[in-house]
Design a protein around this ligand. Structure first.
Ligand code: P6P
Length: 336
């Protein structure tokens, strides 16, 4: 019988390549995986679990919260706060840093997460996901503040997401490539199914919310106009468009077959005083880590996303990521 590689086996075998590894990362990723399994179950139960619909409340972003937004935030925290691996957490659903309760030991890591990204899709049964990013906590810090989380994406030790789609997939990187694990519900384990994922350098598929077109900056307008012009235009080939409205699903697609995920800056966002649509710490950075490790590029249009120096916990950035040669062309347009 073909041997299957569980997430635990994969991490333990990977850690053997690092003599100084303490095995702590194995335990951390297992705890995150347990949280994702619980969320997968809740999402897949949907209405049957009585978890759909609005929570009649707003999050720190001023966005309508779904019941599942709040529940998934609680599930994620409860699954990992006791482990002794983390010194603090930050979530899209919470204004401030979450301090580890006194009854639990503190650890050497910080985690930021969006517990249920794309939750506006949950009521219409479209794929949603969890995104997480892990940093080392500064050695001399016992009670981390927001300041301790404001580190560029290049300092991440792990970036990952769990996609609750037709199957539940956990995809992550620790800086040595990207690997995907599919949840085998019969044994409750994530099994390695996509080893060393690579993004094709070229693509004919892009994902963007076209309804914002009139608000885009000129370089973005030019780039998308050229794609839409297809064979009759300067690109002399046709392109295809997809937009699920769930970052985890749209990014997973480009990771599997190439493509672009684009949420550029636009005049509507700047009129609202926002620096972009998507959040840097727990959406753009972990996804950029994954995309770059898979051979793609991730840019704001003006700089590498992972080199943005954060100034606040919930700050937003423009996000242009995916197949290397297309993102490079788009960045070149922004530099002209
Ligand atoms: P729009 C979901 O709310 C999200 O944060 C991402 O997952 C998704 O890509 C984007 O917003 C969708 O934005 O403007 O199309 O609703």
């Amino acid at each position: 019988m073909k041997s299957t590689t569980t997430l635990s086996k994969f991490i333990i075998e990977s850690e053997r390549n690092f003599p100084t590894a303490t095995g702590e990362f194995t335990s951390i990723l297992n705890d995150v995986a347990i949280a994702c399994k619980k969320l997968s179950d809740l999402v897949n139960m949907g209405a049957l679990a009585g978890v759909l619909g609005s929570a009649e409340s707003e999050n720190v972003q001023g966005e309508q919260q779904k019941k599942l937004d709040i529940i998934s935030n609680e599930v994620f925290i409860e699954s990992i706060e006791w482990s002794g691996h983390f010194a603090g957490m930050a979530s899209e659903e919470m204004q401030d840093v979450y301090a580890i309760p006194k009854e639990y030991p503190r650890g050497r890591y910080l985690i930021t997460f969006d517990p249920l990204d794309g939750s506006s899709n949950i009521d219409v049964n479209v794929s949603v996901g969890t995104i997480f990013s892990i940093l080392r906590c500064p050695d001399d810090v016992d009670q981390p503040t927001a300041e301790d989380f404001l580190r560029p994406g290049t300092e991440q030790v792990c970036g990952g997401y769990c996609l609750y789609g037709s199957s539940t997939m956990l995809v992550m990187t620790t800086g040595n490539g990207v690997n995907g694990f599919t949840l085998d519900r019969s044994i409750g384990e994530f099994i390695l199914t996509d080893r060393d994922m690579k993004i094709p350098e070229d693509t004919r598929e892009f994902a963007i919310n076209m309804s914002n077109m009139r608000h885009w900056e000129a370089p973005m307008r030019r780039y998308i106009d050229e794609l839409v012009a297809g064979k009759e235009g300067v690109r002399e080939t046709d392109f295809n468009m997809r937009w699920i409205g769930s970052m985890v699903a749209d990014v997973h697609r480009l990771l599997c077959r190439g493509g672009l995920f684009l949420y550029p800056m636009d005049a509507k966002l700047s009129a609202q005083g926002k620096e972009g649509r998507l959040r840097l710490l727990y959406e753009a950075n972990p996804m950029s880590f994954i995309v770059e490790q898979a051979g793609g590029l991730a840019s704001t249009g003006r700089q590498r996303i992972m080199e943005v120096e954060p100034h606040s916990l919930h700050q937003r950035v423009p996000v242009l990521m995916g197949s290397k040669n297309e993102i490079q062309r788009l960045v070149d347009y922004h530099q002209e």
